[in-house]
Design a protein around this ligand. Structure first.
Ligand code: COA
Length: 337
């Protein structure tokens, strides 16, 4: 992933943000036919945070982006890439407005939609922009507000998903220095696009003019096959990145995965033969925050002292599309902003 002049993208700053309103399992159980016990044992989630009406994905992205810039000790970036599947509106992209609000007027800014793999895809694309010499720095943000697209009556998705944002500032550096991204692996399988989707609202299935109950604009997920595919692809992706780094998953100190379900993390750990203790997790506190998940768990793991400078790390994700991917690095000195 280093470019012609030996340039690599290096992690220089990190930040995360969740909205203040927390919804506990007990609060969900007062509204839906579910229980704290069911949600904890099937998912590992105790609470999730949700935006209040009037707060949008872009607002969370600005907060996380500001923190990542502060963590890197800068107020500049050449590019802003926003991974999200809940943009502020279908068109235009949310990233240009986020860039402007961060004072980054005039920079290249665009969205990436790869659902829960969005942040890893965005890291990969951004690393290419740095390696090519196009950009000296890229602010990579993952932000989603799935609470705004969930069916209020769907006890499964309501239990799993939460809102949040996380961000990393990448700068041009040396491929051998701590923080340099290496061993990128990305993939997709569009034949399973129906497993995780919002069916309508795009050009395939029009929702305009229909009553709400026919509009099919809520998010839907087929949980069982998603579980199996998530385990299979995240395990294979982590193995591919570990191999590209010259080893196996057992040589990696911390495997930082998209927080979909605590049981998915355990199943991946078993499949790649690495103790679960090496998989940092914050799912109990925030649930599945989609594109925000990987940078949020990174920020929490650093703050908790679980992820330390010098450790060999693989970051990985899986999500709708289907999409998956991972990338490796040696964790650099960082303080979340
Ligand atoms: N509370 C109580 N019961 C619930 C429930 C809830 N919140 N959600 C689902 N159930 C019920 C189901 O309706 C089903 O009832 P039935 O047997 O009467 O039909 C029962 O629990 C078992 O459902 P099942 O889907 O077999 O449970 P599971 O153990 O597979 O767990 C998921 C369901 C959704 C937690 C699990 O499949 C999962 O985590 N899938 C992956 C989701 C994910 O990570 N998505 C994002 C990917 S990026």
């Amino acid at each position: 992933m280093s470019g012609a002049g030996g340039r690599a993208a290096v992690v220089a700053g990190l930040g995360g943000w969740v909205p203040p309103t927390a919804v506990t399992n007990d609060a969900l159980a007062r509204e839906l036919d579910t229980s704290d016990e069911w949600i904890r044992t099937r998912t590992g989630i105790a609470r999730r945070h949700v935006v209040d009406p009037g707060t949008a994905t872009g607002d969370l992205a600005v907060e996380a982006g500001r923190r990542a810039l502060r963590s890197a000790g800068t107020d500049a970036a050449d590019v802003v890439v926003l991974a999200t599947s809940t943009p502020d509106r279908p068109c235009p992209a949310t990233a240009p407005e986020v860039a402007s609000r961060l004072g980054l007027t005039g920079v290249c800014a665009f969205d990436i939609a790869a659902v829960c793999t969005g942040f890893v895809y965005a890291l990969g694309v951004s690393a290419g922009l740095v390696a090519s010499g196009f950009a000296r720095s890229v602010l990579v943000i993952g932000a989603d507000t799935f609470s705004t697209i969930l069916d209020p009556a769907d006890r499964t998705t309501r239990a799993i998903f939460g809102d949040g944002a996380g961000a990393v500032l990448l700068r041009a550096g040396d491929p051998d220095e701590p923080g340099a991204l290496r061993g990128l692996q990305l993939g997709s399988d569009g034949s399973r696009s129906d497993l995780i989707q919002v069916a309508a609202g795009g050009s395939r299935q029009r929702s305009t003019g229909l009553p709400a109950e026919e509009a099919a604009t809520y998010f839907t997920m087929d949980g069982r096959p998603v579980f199996a595919e998530a385990v299979r692809h995240m395990a294979a992706s982590v193995e591919a990145t570990a191999a590209a780094l010259g080893g196996t998953p057992a040589d990696v100190d911390r495997i930082v995965l998209h927080q979909a379900n605590a049981r998915i993390l355990a199943a991946v750990a078993e499949r790649v033969g690495v103790p679960l203790e090496r998989f940092p997790s914050n799912i109990e506190r925030v649930g599945n925050t989609v594109a925000a998940s990987v940078p949020l768990v990174l920020a929490d793991a650093v703050a908790d002292g679980v992820l330390r400078p010098g450790q060999r790390v693989v970051l990985g994700g899986f999500g709708g599309g289907l999409t998956w991917g991972s990338v490796g690095l040696v964790w650099p000195e960082t303080t979340p902003g």
